[in-house]
Design a protein around this ligand. Structure first.
Ligand code: SAJ
Length: 418
């Protein structure tokens, strides 16, 4: 099928990846139906509005809805291609939870027809695309699927992982190279043809299992390297050395490129995906497991340092600057900043939280009357201890003079250079 034959597509899951994907395809002239189980999200998008903070997304979605190219619904409808972009969280015991992917795939069984293409963008453990093909085959015995019929299948199915960086989604969605893993070669080729409508980067074709591992590998690679930086920060603390200076100097070596230490690793990807590899190969992953341990342990080290400092002050007030898991976004999922602020709140200390990207105090703090969401000047004025947790631009603008009289914990190293 040539790219012009994809006139209608259906994107299942309108979150951080699905909504930008739907809007970009719509802006290229494709008729897009976005599907989400959340009725409020669907209603908002149909009004041309967005429910997430991501640069320029509001303008793109609004334009796509006004021109009639993008519409949202709670149910999928027949289309030429279906893109699945639903979450794949992990369970309490760190096993992949595929319930959203399975529900999304099964929701297609009534609407798919011969010639359709199904693409899973959600990050998945190796083997998920093959399983998805069997779920659909069970529901639709009248059609053939690639896990048994290969290149002759009525339905084509691929895994093409999203690799966009929150905060730069719209640029990366178009410019990044795309790994495309087909269950058959034809599945991969058809998927590349669809993405060529929107993607300017290269489409790199492989099989579905390899594509699934590649995505997990990218995030595990980053997790291991952040763990190295975080471990160095602990070593430097023990030895009373400025870790930022040490890393900066080491990075002058032509073959060394150490990442930045921080309060821990957050987000729904890097803190989660390595566990999918561990779950698939538990005896072969000591390094990946150790890295997770280092990164998950970092918030506890920071909490201890801050509590020690708070003990030396009568009625201390702590300003926690940032709750989002990284700069200039509103995403609090798996955020180490949230964990740290919550633990400090549990200790009964007065806390002024500043998070410029949210308007409502997260429910995690509802039982703590001594914790308040407030603006930056108030927090800086009232706090004895300034704890910088997220490197939002608004915090970078703070001058050292403004915090000179305070006890400062800068977990991101943003104030040391000036
Ligand atoms: N972090 C550090 N030090 C660093 C870099 C990051 O502590 O040097 C922390 C951040 O503060 C944050 C966490 O790591 O808490 C993750 O942030 P990130 O910017 O590295 O990545 P994500 O989770 O926002 O997006 C990642 C990206 N993957 C890679 O860079 C390999 C993105 O391309 C993926 O699409 C995304 O995961 C995903 O959806 O899987």
């Amino acid at each position: 099928m040539a790219r012009l034959d994809y006139k209608n597509i259906c994107v299942i899951g309108l979150g951080y990846v699905g909504l930008p994907t739907a809007a970009v395809f719509a802006s290229r002239g494709v008729q897009v139906l976005g599907v989400d189980i959340d009725e409020t999200t669907v209603a908002l998008i149909n009004k041309g509005k967005v429910h997430i903070v991501e640069p320029d997304l509001d303008i793109l979605v609004n334009g796509a809805v006004i021109t009639g190219k993008l519409r949202a619904s709670t149910k999928p409808e027949p289309a030429d291609a279906f893109i699945i972009a639903v979450p794949t969280p992990f369970t309490e015991d760190r096993k992949p939870d595929l319930s959203y992917v399975e529900a999304a795939i099964r929701s297609l069984s009534d609407v798919i027809k011969k010639g359709d293409l199904v693409i899973i963008e959600s990050t998945c453990p190796v083997g998920t695309a093959d399983r998805a093909s069997t779920w659909l085959a069970d529901a639709r015995p009248d059609l053939t699927f690639p896990h048994t019929a290969g290149v002759d299948a009525d339905i084509n199915l691929s895994h093409s992982p999203e690799r966009v960086l929150p905060g730069k989604v719209l640029t990366e969605l178009v410019r990044n190279d795309r790994v495309i893993g087909g269950i058959s070669k034809r599945c991969a080729e058809r998927t590349a043809s669809l993405y060529s409508i929107a993607v300017e980067g290269k489409c790199l074709l492989t099989n579905a299992r390899t594509a699934e591992l590649v995505k997990l590998t990218e995030n595990a690679y980053r997790d291991v390297n952040i763990a190295f930086a975080n471990e160095l920060s602990l070593v430097s603390d023990d030895l009373d050395i400025d870790v930022w200076e040490a890393i900066e100097l080491a990075n002058h070596h032509p073959r060394v490129n150490i990442l930045s230490p921080g309060p821990g690793v957050g987000g729904h990807c890097i803190a989660v995906d390595p566990w999918f590899i561990v779950d698939s190969a538990p005896d072969s992953t000591p390094l990946i497991k150790a890295a997770r341990g280092v990164n998950d342990g970092k918030p506890l080290k920071i909490i201890k340092k801050v509590l020690d400092a708070a003990c030396e002050i009568d009625n201390p007030v702590i300003a926690c600057l940032g709750l989002a898991y990284k700069a200039n976004i509103d995403d609090l999922r798996e955020s180490p900043a949230m964990d740290i602020a919550e633990k400090l709140a549990e200790n009964g200390i007065a806390i002024k939280i500043v998070e410029p990207n949210i308007e409502v105090m997260p429910k995690e703090f509802s039982g703590y009357p001594h914790v308040e969401l407030c603006d930056l000047p108030t927090a800086l004025d009232q706090a004895d201890i300034i704890l910088l947790l997220t490197d939002h631009d608004a915090f970078r603008a703070i001058t050292l003079g403004e915090i000179a009289t305070k006890k400062v914990f800068d977990t991101r190293g943003i104030w040391r250079q000036r």
